[in-house]
Design a protein around this ligand. Structure first.
Ligand code: FPP
Length: 256
């Protein structure tokens, strides 16, 4: 599933959009509110953007909801976020089902509090039959954690004789990633003004188009999302080839 598709149709909607949802704290602080208010408002944006992604026909939406590094935030904020994520997911489950949205998650989730994890797993099983958008939450996730975990499993499989060292190629490595059942992201969006990728899907974004916006996540609207997708559609993706090669591959072949 992860092999590069070389999809170059400029008019196609991205199959997979990944988002670094940043700026909740600054959004709240600029309004004299507690940072937690920014996260609460951020959940509303999650709902809006999920609806819009579904509407646009995007198949996978991966949201960076909590990074491995976020465990180092003040305990009160960590507890609040874990509670908020669990509550929001449970509350939204009926709407996810109605909209044919399937929930999945990636990350070192065993580190999460039992209550939040139980709510997430409940939603995952209740939406498992949905065939529209896959909403994939990155929770307790970091790319270096994921790659390290993959290397450990590859080493174990080689040692046990289940995998031959010389058979390891890019597709095999992808198959050991948490995202093994999804295509690589075509578009990575980061809100909040910073221009970095913060340990997010480093293996998978090798050919993703990057889109950075100053807008803080709570203010990121459906229209902002549509604009990001529209900009993506206008970009020429060359995957290391020349522009001429791309054009030639798009010329319809004559039938005889
Ligand atoms: C970054 O903003 C945001 C987070 C660390 C948490 C994002 C989580 C949510 C929006 C809730 C997700 C909920 C569901 C149901 C998926 P920040 O706090 O780093 O903002 P700052 O950079 O302005 O301080």
């Amino acid at each position: 599933m992860n092999s590069q598709s070389h999809e170059t149709d400029r008019n196609s909607v991205p199959a997979h959009v990944a988002i670094i949802m940043d700026g909740n704290g600054r959004w709240a602080q600029a309004r004299g509110l507690d940072r937690s208010e920014g996260h609460v408002e951020g959940v509303n944006t999650v709902r809006k953007i999920t609806e819009e992604a579904s509407e646009l026909g995007i198949k996978y939406l991966t949201l960076y909801a909590f990074s491995t590094e976020n465990w180092n935030r003040p305990q009160q904020e960590v507890d609040m976020l874990m509670h908020l994520i669990g509550i929001a997911i449970e509350r939204e489950t009926p709407d996810l089902i109605k909209n044919n949205v399937r929930l999945t998650m990636i990350g070192d989730v065993e580190r999460m509090p039992a209550e939040a994890l139980e709510r997430l797993r409940g939603c995952i099983s209740r939406t498992a039959h949905c065939t529209g958008l896959t909403l994939n939450l990155a929770l307790s996730y970091s790319s270096r954690w994921e790659i390290t975990d993959a290397v450990r499993h590859i080493a174990a499989d080689v040692a046990a004789g289940r995998l031959k060292e010389l058979d390891i190629d890019e597709n095999i490595v992808s198959a050991y990633m948490a995202t093994k059942d999804m295509p690589d992201p075509d578009l990575l969006i980061r809100t909040g003004g910073d221009m970095r990728v913060s340990n997010f899907l480093l293996w998978q974004i090798a050919y993703a188009e990057l889109y950075f916006t100053q807008t803080h996540w709570p203010d990121f609207s459906k229209e902002d999302f549509r604009n990001a997708v529209a900009q993506f559609k206008g970009r020429e993706r060359r995957f290391g080839l020349t522009g001429e090669q791309i054009k030639a591959s798009q010329t319809p072949k004559k039938t005889v």
